[in-house]
Design a protein around this ligand. Structure first.
Ligand SMILES: [Zn+2]
Length: 273
């Protein structure tokens, strides 16, 4: 079963093409289980219903993508424009599709005034910007694995929250181990890892399943199959075809940070189902 990509549309569909190529091809490996696990919000449910119709042959991949675009545009026409000449940010799209409830909380306690604030974690997209800068000169190069363990450190991290004129530590506590998540790495200098292990209520191993790249106002992607074959897709250049580039085991992990002149923007990790 060769992976398939979404054919680009001139109304700047590339953020959708890149992200959906990864999600769709992962879903196709086990539709029953992934339909259950990915059904975290209404936008994702709409997308999953579309995937099922693609599989039944009753609609095209592109019309499924366009229905999601229309629904998101009605919800927020500024973040999700439909006109030619206005692009959508892949981070905004991923943030929306990966919205969850009851995942956990971020707590910040100010030791000066004694105030304490709890904010729910609302998405499975983690923004790696803030922490990465602290470590820029360290060797060996920091990876997403390092970032995640510092982000989830029980002692907390400085994450841009301020109170009483100073930075306040935040403690991020997950309630359960998610079976998929994404990292926004566009403004970090973090390297990728092939897999991550996370234990909250259950130990889960999540593997790198896709990377979205950005450059020159266009998104492309690499999708990684269950058997770790790495495929490239650019909806505007390769259309529905995905090009086999190699196997993740034999590829230099650092080389995956760039792709044909573009830089990695999002990385998706998912459990093997
Ligand atoms: Zn304070």
């Amino acid at each position: 079963m060769a992976p398939r990509g979404f054919i680009w549309h001139s109304t700047y569909s590339c953020a959708y093409d890149a992200l959906l190529t990864i999600i769709y091809n992962v879903w196709r490996e086990n539709p029953v289980k992934w339909s259950r696990e990915l059904q975290v919000n209404d936008s994702m449910t709409l997308l999953l219903n579309g995937f099922e119709e693609i599989q039944e042959g009753s609609r095209t991949m592109e019309s499924c993508r366009d229905d999601l675009r229309k629904a998101l545009n009605i919800m927020d026409c500024h973040r999700f424009p439909l006109r030619r000449g206005e692009g959508t940010s892949v981070a905004e799209l991923c943030n929306e599709l990966f919205k969850v409830q009851d995942l956990g909380t971020v707590t910040s306690d100010c030791h000066t005034c004694g105030s304490s604030k709890d904010v729910p974690i609302e998405t499975l997209l983690f923004n790696c910007y803030a922490q990465a800068e602290i470590h820029t000169n360290e060797t060996p190069r920091l990876t997403i694995k390092h970032w995640l363990s510092s982000y989830l450190a029980p002692s907390g991290v400085y994450h841009g929250v301020r109170c009483c004129g100073q930075n306040v530590q935040t403690i991020t506590a997950l309630r359960k181990t998610p079976c998929f998540f994404a990292f926004s790495i566009a403004h970090s200098n973090l390297a990728l890892t092939r897999s991550l292990t996370l234990t909250v209520n259950k130990k889960k191993r999540l593997t790198l399943r896709g990377i979205v790249y950005f450059g020159e106002f266009h998104f492309t992607c690499r999708f990684i199959t269950k058997s770790r074959d790495v495929y490239f897709n650019d909806g505007a250049q390769t259309g529905w075809q995905c090009i086999l580039e190699g196997n993740l085991e034999n590829m230099d992990i650092y080389s995956l940070l760039t792709c044909r002149g573009k830089s990695a923007s999002l990385a998706l990790y998912m459990q093997s189902l």
